[in-house]
Design a protein around this ligand. Structure first.
Ligand code: 6GU
Length: 230
């Protein structure tokens, strides 16, 4: 998979992309992540990329010119057609199903903006879909892009050691994950449930299913309502 990110702050991505799973996925060639600075496409000597909103109001708006020029440059870096995603709190809410959907693409092109928003002609002109990571406002799309990239890349074949491991994740099953234990058997008076030491794999699987369901009912009852599944 190829992932392009158009941003005013490529340095923000350095640390998250250079550790752990995202680092390994790039080193093994499973994903190629390319950052391009929108400011490099500013046309005036001040490198201006934002301006005051027409009609008045607070804050600054991302200008269409530099974003379009940056996009047209990035598009040509690879022959692969990309799915274009604008990071904005106005977008569709990101979830595990969306992560799996994006993981099936060959190329993703993320556009992260700062300031109060994007000039509307960016969304319209680039045919971008909008994604939000939740109902709160961030100071820019960069952190949202990193979260989405992490959730998508870990699902790509070969990224996690055991290829089956994402299938039991919380949300993939529609439920929260069952409780996990490792050594020691007793820690500060708290014992590992006997069933997990029994060696009876059928009973263990049944116990885990029940635990997952109970925890979901208790902590995230909203996940059990059909109208919440997208
Ligand atoms: Cl994608 N961007 C910004 N600026 N704020 C957000 C968001 C995105 N998702 C939730 N809040």
């Amino acid at each position: 998979m190829r992932i392009d990110v158009l941003t005013l702050f490529p340095e923000m991505f350095e640390s998250p992309l250079s550790h752990s799973i995202l680092k390994r996925a790039q080193e093994t060639g499973i994903v190629d992540i390319v950052l391009t600075n929108i400011r490099d496409f500013a046309t005036d000597s001040y490198k201006k990329v934002d301006d005051k909103p027409y009609g008045g109001g607070p804050g600054m708006v991302m200008m269409p010119g530099p974003v379009f020029d940056c996009f047209e440059y990035v598009e040509k870096l690879s022959p692969e057609e990309g799915r274009v995603i604008l990071l904005t709190p106005q977008g569709q809410k990101f979830n595990q199903a969306k992560a799996a959907e994006l993981g099936a693409e060959n190329r993703l092109i993320f556009i992260a903006g700062k300031y109060e928003g994007f000039d509307e002609r960016i969304r319209i002109g680039l045919g971008a879909e909008q994604i939000s990571i939740g109902d709160y406002v961030l100071s820019g799309g960069e952190l949202a892009a990193m979260i989405i990239i992490d959730a998508v890349v870990r699902l790509l074949a070969g990224v996690l050691g055991d290829e089956d491991s994402p299938k039991d994740d919380s949300f993939s099953t529609g439920l929260l994950e069952y409780p996990q234990y490792t050594r020691p058997e007793v820690f500060r008076g708290m014992k590992v449930p006997d069933i997990l030491l029994s060696g009876d794999h059928g009973k263990i699987a049944e116990w885990r299913r029940r635990q997952a369901l109970e925890r979901t009912k208790k902590w995230r009852p909203d996940l059990l309502k059909d109208n919440n599944k997208e």
